[in-house]
Design a protein around this ligand. Structure first.
Ligand code: ADP
Length: 199
């Protein structure tokens, strides 16, 4: 299969919701976050390297990666974040490529939260679809879904690209400042264009 279509957007922007609509229309979907969770679950392929790098405290013997502790460490310590990414990102990219190659449908979406922020994805996608909405609404929806405090969500948002920068990199934009139905209608139009594009 040809290169996938990258789907990205900030935390809580509606990536999973949009991917769900597009999947129902027939798109193949590969989700980088899901792969990351599998790699770091008990028995996951990334655990030996992560234990080697961060010790038994982060990866208890026989257990899974302590994601909350790892997130806190990566947030506080850029060097630790770098080590984590050096282990996980190549594995995520490799597994993504395998799944994209095996996907069926007129095109395959590759859903990656930090598609634009983390180097290395750019050349791997054919085009970039950005899910966009006003930051205030993004904050509100993320707080409602996650139970995190607004300040915590704002801190995460501050590590991601600002809206203008993401929009500048977009080939297609799905505006999710309205109802789910409005998002679905845009997904239908986008699906029509993507399915009909020359390859
Ligand atoms: P992401 O995958 O980008 O983190 P989600 O698709 O999980 O975002 O959406 C974040 C939250 O917002 C979820 O609880 C989802 O149900 C909700 N949501 C998404 N789109 C809309 C919308 N148009 N109106 C209201 N709630 C929405």
């Amino acid at each position: 299969m040809s290169r996938p279509i990258g789907l990205t957007g900030g935390i809580g922007s509606g990536k999973s919701t949009a991917a769900g609509f597009l999947a129902r229309l027939g798109a193949g979907v590969v989700d980088a976050d899901e792969i990351s969770r599998e790699l770091t679950a008990a028995g996951g392929a990334a655990l030996p390297a992560l234990r080697e790098a961060f010790g038994d405290r982060m990866v208890p013997p026989g257990g899974a990666l302590d994601r909350a502790a790892m997130r806190a460490l990566a947030f506080a310590d850029p060097a630790a974040r770098g080590r984590l990414e050096a282990i996980l990102h190549p594995m995520i990219r490799e597994e993504s490529a395998r799944r994209v190659a095996a996907a069926s449908g007129p095109y395959c979406l590759l859903v990656v939260p930090l598609l634009l922020e983390s180097g290395g994805w750019g050349r791997r996608v054919e085009r970039v679809v950005v899910v966009d909405l006003a930051e205030g609404l993004q904050l509100e929806r993320t707080v409602a879904r996650s139970g995190l405090a607004p300040a915590e969500v704002r801190a995460i948002m501050a590590t991601q690209w600002p809206r203008w920068r993401r929009l500048q990199a977009a080939d297609d934009v799905l505006w999710n400042g309205g109802t789910p139905e409005q998002l679905r209608a845009q997904c239908e139009r986008l699906h029509g264009r993507l399915a009909a594009r020359p390859r």
